[in-house]
Design a binder for this molecule. Structure first.
Ligand code: AHR
Length: 518
């Protein structure tokens, strides 16, 4: 089997195995060729972005504890969470939703907190939202994190005027009703928000619109989202649900490309008819989830084919602004809060997805995992004063070396990971060169039982030292808890050797390894 990165691999059934039995290991060494002097495309750091919604305990209890809390905080925002997210250089944060965005009225979230109106969060548990976390608190969070805000405006139940005024409030520095109101609320300078979503899932929770209707609405709303001063607004059209190619086709056809910088797309790794447990699974569901994860490649490629037809010059970026695993909620928790555990299987989903997005960085310029804290494929869990990191967090930590690095083209032969009559490619690889010329490889082996020997030919390079980090686990469903938060932890990987531009290593079963080659 040969997998050529940047070449469509649509049907895994086309690949025959290399003689490996269902649980057996062949002795053949997979060979990887990396052209270290041929990189052209930059892997935008925004591919490593995040999504945080007013949902369950993502915002409240996750980031926000309020200024009177005994949990250490700065202006009401947890210090432990900010420290953890700063460590992975979180490049952007999408807010306030999600479905919540299209019922959120931003003016309810400014001014003295005690005077802010309350609302019902109808999508997520029907709980009362007291609006104590609003625009100023979110912008303060972004400043503390050193990250770019990505704000999603309300098309579904909001007006053009409301959205236009929010942009003015955030971004206009002169004298105007909204800029003056911002000053009354304690902020002199405009924030200069760049990334602006015009609605969310408008085919569903964002208004149940048809693609034609939304395309017209987008043109109207986007017209009045102005760029102020030197800050050019980057406008993102609400995109399709997974395989809905028609949505992308209509938007690419009907929206002038000069009005749209990004077109979004959502894809969740889930079986909607039976989501299963985040931790209680055998190899059948392990395989099933990884197969659904890898399907994202075909889904995104097909949307990008449509974009290529209408926009061969790549004026419009693909913004993959919601993705991740979605299981049943943990027993005993509020079904509307979408709280699920996070195991080694989720770490593999993250690593496979990020490797693929790196490879498609020519069109994919932003992606946001759903959701950062306590919701869906979270990186962080909090409970009262406690905070812990999930296996997915560790992937983001290990992969931060790819931020804004040059993607290196590669090709490789991978053995299959077989289960029953089905098979998947066992290995996924991404390579990049950073601004200091250091090469990083992220290597994934999804085979839960077998380690895989690899030989990597670094063409155009004679680097002599290699350092590595590995994330693996005792079981395929190992996970961290508050009691045992180090069950799945990165460790130093010492088993790679480099000599004369060739790296040799054996990738352990169900592992992710990131190598630094200098
Ligand atoms: O991430 C949870 C929800 O999934 C979001 O609110 C919505 O956009 C999507 O359907």
């Amino acid at each position: 089997m040969i997998k050529l990165q940047s070449v469509l691999v649509l049907s895994l059934v086309l690949f025959s195995t290399t003689g490996k039995s269902q649980s057996g290991q062949d002795d053949q060494q997979a060979t990887v060729i990396i052209n270290t002097d041929q990189g052209k495309e930059i892997i935008s750091r925004h591919i490593y972005g995040h999504f945080s919604e007013h949902l369950g305990h993502c915002i409240y209890g996750g980031y926000w504890v309020g200024m009177d809390s005994e949990i250490p905080n700065t202006n009401g925002i947890r210090n432990d969470v900010v420290d953890a997210l700063r460590k992975i250089n979180i490049p952007n944060l999408r807010w306030p939703g999600g479905c919540f965005a299209d019922e959120y009225h931003w003016m309810d979230g400014i001014g003295p907190a005690s005077e802010r109106p309350k609302m019902v969060n109808t999508h997520w548990g029907g709980v009362t939202e007291d609006n104590s976390f609003g625009t100023h608190e979110f912008m303060d969070l972004c400043e503390q994190l050193g990250t770019e805000p990505v704000i999603c405006g309300n098309v579904g139940s909001g007006s053009v005027q409301e959205m236009s005024q929010w942009v003015e409030y955030l971004n206009f520095d002169g004298i105007s009703p909204m800029a003056d109101l911002r000053r009354v609320n304690g902020r002199e300078q405009a924030w200069g928000v760049k990334y602006w979503g015009v609605g969310n899932e408008n085919w569903g929770c964002g208004g149940n619109m048809t693609a034609d209707f939304y395309a017209d609405q987008y043109r109207r709303y986007a017209t009045f989202c102005r760029s102020y001063g030197k800050n050019r607004l980057y406008k993102i059209a609400g995109g399709a649900n997974s395989a809905d190619l028609n949505w992308t086709e209509i938007l690419m056809k009907k929206i002038p490309h000069r009005m749209m910088d990004g077109l979004s797309l959502h894809y969740y790794t889930t079986n909607w008819s039976n989501k299963g447990s985040a931790t209680e699974f055998g190899e059948d569901l392990y395989f099933d989830v990884l197969k659904r994860c890898l399907r994202v490649e075909e889904v995104i490629d097909r949307h990008m084919d449509i974009m290529d037809r209408y926009d061969p010059d790549h004026r419009v970026d693909l913004v993959f602004d919601e993705w991740g695993t979605w299981y049943n909620v943990e027993p005993g928790t509020n079904p509307g809060f979408l709280f699920q555990q996070n195991s080694m299987r989720d770490a593999l989903v993250a690593a496979l997805t990020l490797n693929y997005l790196n490879d498609r960085c020519k069109r994919v310029k932003m992606a946001n995992i759903a959701q950062t804290i306590n919701v869906l494929q979270a990186l962080i869990f909090t409970e009262g004063e406690k905070m812990m990191l999930t296996p997915t967090y560790h992937i983001y930590d290990m992969y931060k070396v790819h931020h804004d690095a040059t993607m290196l083209p590669l090709s490789f032969e991978s053995p299959a990971y077989n289960f029953g009559d089905d098979s998947l490619l066992a290995v996924s690889i991404s390579a990049s060169k950073d601004r200091d010329g250091i090469i990083h490889l992220s290597l994934v082996n999804i085979d839960p039982e077998n380690s895989l020997p690899l030989s990597i030919d670094l063409r155009g390079s004679d680097e002599k030292r290699v350092k590595g980090t590995i994330l693996t686990s005792e079981r395929m469903n190992s996970y961290n808890t508050f009691e045992n938060s180090r069950e799945v932890m990165p460790a130093e990987f010492k088993d790679a050797k480099v000599q004369k531009g060739r790296v040799e290593l054996t990738l352990p079963a169900r592992s992710v390894v990131v190598l630094e080659i200098l």
